[in-house]
Design a protein around this ligand. Sequence first.
Ligand SMILES: NC(=O)c1ccc[n+]([C@@H]2O[C@H](COP(=O)([O-])OP(=O)(O)OC[C@H]3O[C@@H](n4cnc5c(N)ncnc54)[C@H](OP(=O)(O)O)[C@@H]3O)[C@@H](O)[C@H]2O)c1
Length: 235
Amino acid sequence: MKNILITGASQGIGFELAKQFAKNDNFNLYLVSRNKKKLEKLKLELNKINSNVNSYSLSIDLSKEGAIDILVSDIKNKIKHLDIVVNNAGYLVNEKFDNLSENQLLQCFNVNIFVPFYLTQKTLPILSQNAHTIFISSIGGINGTKKFPGLSAYSSSKGALITLTECLAEEYQDKSYKFNCLALGAVQTEMLDQAFPGYKAPLSANEISQFIFDFCVNGNKYFNGKVLPVALTTP
Ligand SMILES: NC(=O)c1ccc[n+]([C@@H]2O[C@H](COP(=O)([O-])OP(=O)(O)OC[C@H]3O[C@@H](n4cnc5c(N)ncnc54)[C@H](OP(=O)(O)O)[C@@H]3O)[C@@H](O)[C@H]2O)c1
């Protein structure tokens, strides 16, 4: 059995990714987001897909002080170690640069970079042999890609996540575990609607989750510290 942690599982890509893992009997799932009702709905969906699926969930705001300690301590009690960690929770701010408030900036950097940073620090001691940590970034976080007005905080926080991936792979290259990053292009979710209202993405959350699932399970055999752009279009 492999133990999987997915943050941001209440909707969108994280929700669909949990469903991909549930198709198989080999995974215990630990699912996190703030919205308890949506996590309960996900649990029902997972049980419909596979009545044997073993899933735990925690509704918590990961950006709040102490939240990651609470999460990691609960993971230790319930499933002990982690084989795959998917840092998927994300926060979008779509605001003109000169109107960005301190709160918007803090929340954006908190969820998109500080949370994965601390979560990685705190989960390192419970990673199993050959564990794979995946960071879900954005194509807009890659240097030289097209940028969009209103997304300065979001895209720069996602850029930091890309650099963090490379640093971790370097710092832990003597270990068996791997760190990789997927820089996604447009996927039809609530977040995309907020970033580009009315835009129709070429991929659904279900479609991209099939790719992410495969990458989570197999990507560490081929990659470490890599940032893969996974985008058909811009946005
Ligand atoms: N959709 C796209 O086109 C696209 C493109 C590039 C990258 N991405 C990235 O892909 C990931 C998933 O995005 P999505 O499109 O599925 O977005 P989404 O539908 O907005 O889902 C975001 C998830 O993050 C969780 N979350 C947000 N703040 C949180 C917090 N403080 N604590 C715990 N959970 C929190 C949300 O759950 P709660 O509200 O229940 O907390 C939700 O489950 C994000 O990292 C996003 O930046 C998406």
